[in-house]
Design a protein around this ligand. Structure first.
Ligand code: ATP
Ligand code: MG
Length: 264
């Protein structure tokens, strides 16, 4: 793979599966042999915790790198979380960043600079965004080749989508011409309900090109795994959740390669 792929996992709606997707798509990309970096850009620090790292003991985190100029990426980087899987962890201090960044030079480009300094070491970078459209998410969009948008299979899944799509468009016009909607992944899909099928239909109509074939099922194994600090591959590699994220990783790899061909 010639070029790095940086994806923001974003949706300003809370609890739609951003973190679950970041951790488990990341784990599946890594197990497929792709060197993968996860960046926890959410002050809730759920990606950090979900991989078994205690945010209170992190030391240097993404916060210092973003807001101070004294931190070195190498000090924050947890390079060997798992084979092929690295993490830039978050801690609760990151809550202040959305405000502190306002007063900094190049405030939209702080994360991009960090990623540029390590990009040669990775095939994929996944950024777990907070449930908001503030400066942290703008930094993620400014750094990314594309957005992976998780949507929960429920009524009103598309509510608020216009703001997110507008934000992507603004960032594309002003800050980062590369960024676009790379893919839409449906999460917490329950095949037994008619509602789920209706939501899938609706989203397919809205995002015919962007929607991934893979549907992530509602699966209790996915809920349990982070409480043990485990990825789904470690917690239950045969669960429907694990199989789904493996399929999603294959789709992401194939689609990224296709994008690269188109750019070439
Ligand atoms: P936030 O906006 O707060 O960061 P989020 O978008 O990152 O939330 P997650 O934390 O990934 O969402 O998921 C919300 C909750 O739903 C978590 O408890 C998670 O374990 C659970 N969950 C996510 N995906 C699934 C799934 N496919 N099956 C079952 N539970 C899931
Ligand atoms: Mg989250």
């Amino acid at each position: 793979m010639s070029e790095i792929r940086v994806f923001a996992i974003a949706n300003q709606k809370g609890g739609v599966g951003k973190t679950t997707t970041t951790i488990n798509l990341g784990a599946c990309l890594a197990s497929a042999g792709r060197r993968t970096l996860l960046i926890d850009l959410d002050p809730q620090s759920n990606t950090t915790t979900g991989l078994g790292v205690d945010p209170h003991r992190v030391g240097v985190s993404i916060y210092e790198l973003l807001v101070r100029d004294d931190g070195m990426v190498a000090d924050a980087l947890k390079a060997d979380m798992r084979p092929n899987l690295a993490l830039l962890p978050a801690k609760v201090d990151l809550y202040a960043a959305d405000i502190e960044l306002v007063y900094l030079d190049q405030r939209e480009f702080r994360l991009k600079r960090i990623i540029e300094s390590v990009k040669n070491d990775y095939d994929f970078v996944l950024i777990d965004c907070p449930p908001s459209l503030g400066l942290l998410t703008v930094n993620a969009l400014t750094s990314s080749d594309g957005v992976i948008l998780p949507l929960q299979c429920e009524y009103f899944a598309l509510e608020g989508m216009q703001q997110l799509l507008n934000t992507i468009r603004l960032v594309r016009d002003r800050l980062n011409p590369r960024v676009g909607l790379f893919g839409v992944v449906l999460t917490m899909y329950d095949p037994r309900t008619r509602l789920a099928a209706e939501v899938v239909d609706e989203i397919t109509q809205h995002f015919p090109k962007e929607k991934f074939q893979t549907l992530i099922p509602r699966n209790v194994r996915l809920t349990e795994a982070p409480s043990f600090g485990l990825t789904i591959l470690e917690h239950d590699a045969r669960s429907p959740g694990a199989l789904a994220y493996k399929n999603l990783a294959e789709e992401v790899i194939a689609r990224a390669a296709m994008m690269e061909d188109n750019h070439a």
